[in-house]
Design a protein around this ligand. Structure first.
Ligand SMILES: Nc1ncnc2c1ncn2[C@@H]1O[C@H](COP(=O)(O)OP(=O)(O)OP(=O)(O)O)[C@@H](O)[C@H]1O
Ligand SMILES: [Mg+2]
Length: 227
């Protein structure tokens, strides 16, 4: 099991409940959607999986590590194996797109030449090759989102967490992004996507966990029965 949550509760101080008694298991190679209305707890769940927030009670295990007990150093080690698309992108404004996308490969000590080749190919796959030497603030929201996706995928992570990765994209670009996520999944990456893009969720027909006010109210394995 690559991700396992047991009896997980999260209360933001002083007393804002975000997740209640959550049990969730994700196997290696899965592709899973976390759906639910605004405020349901999707981002909070991803933050617990990343170790950027800690559970108030219960256990959160990711890649075999108990995130509640992991040291900052251990969390940093785990994160090197995780690709992340944040809801607010978090691109580095003073670095070019190419430098932004290169970061995960630098952390993994790839050779300079490889870093450039792979990062440019990733930008190309997302239609941004000709913007490689531009800076994030000169891009539209959807373009920035695509850079964030390129950065998350470039290092071939074991796990990919994406928080509303198509929130700023039109249907055509959403399909391109989901195809990239599916390709990554086919190549062995376990993918967890928080999304309210219900049309895309239905179209893809994959396992979907539905959150409502911090509780799991549905866990549908391929809702229409065929894939
Ligand atoms: N840092 C915080 N401090 C206090 N409360 C928070 C904090 N972050 C989130 N919350 C609360 O926790 C609940 C879950 O928020 P969360 O961001 O996880 O929802 P979400 O499902 O990602 O929503 P959206 O679809 O709008 O992104 C909400 O009630 C929210 O107000
Ligand atoms: Mg959110």
């Amino acid at each position: 099991m690559i991700v396992s949550l047991q009896g997980v509760e999260k209360v933001y101080p002083p007393h804002q409940p975000a997740l209640r008694k959550l049990n969730l298991h994700i196997n290696e190679g899965d592709f899973i959607f976390i759906a639910g209305a605004s405020g349901a707890g999707k981002s909070t769940l991803l933050k617990l999986l990343l170790g950027s927030e800690r559970a108030s009670s219960g256990t959160v295990a990711v890649l075999g590590k108990n995130m509640s007990q992991a040291s900052e150093f251990e969390i940093a080690q785990i994160r090197k194996r995780i690709g992340i698309v944040f809801q607010d992108f978090r691109l580095l404004k003073r670095k070019t797109l190419l430098e932004n996308v290169s970061l995960p490969l630098e952390l993994r000590n790839y050779k300079k030449k490889d870093i450039e080749t792979r990062s440019l190919a990733m930008l190309d796959a997302l239609g941004l090759r000709e913007r490689a030497y531009d800076y994030p603030p000169t891009l539209s929201g959807g373009e920035q989102q695509r850079v964030a996706i390129a950065r998350a995928l470039v290092g071939k992570p074991d796990l990919l967490f994406a928080d509303e990765p198509t929130g700023n994209l039109d249907t055509h670009m959403s399909r391109i992004v989901f195809n990239l996520l599916l390709e990554a999944n086919a190549a062995g990456v376990t993918v967890v996507v928080a999304s309210h893009n219900l049309a895309m969720i239905e179209e893809l027909n994959l396992r979907t966990v539905v959150l409502d006010k911090g509780e799991i109210v549905g866990d549908f394995e391929q809702p229409k029965g065929v894939r």
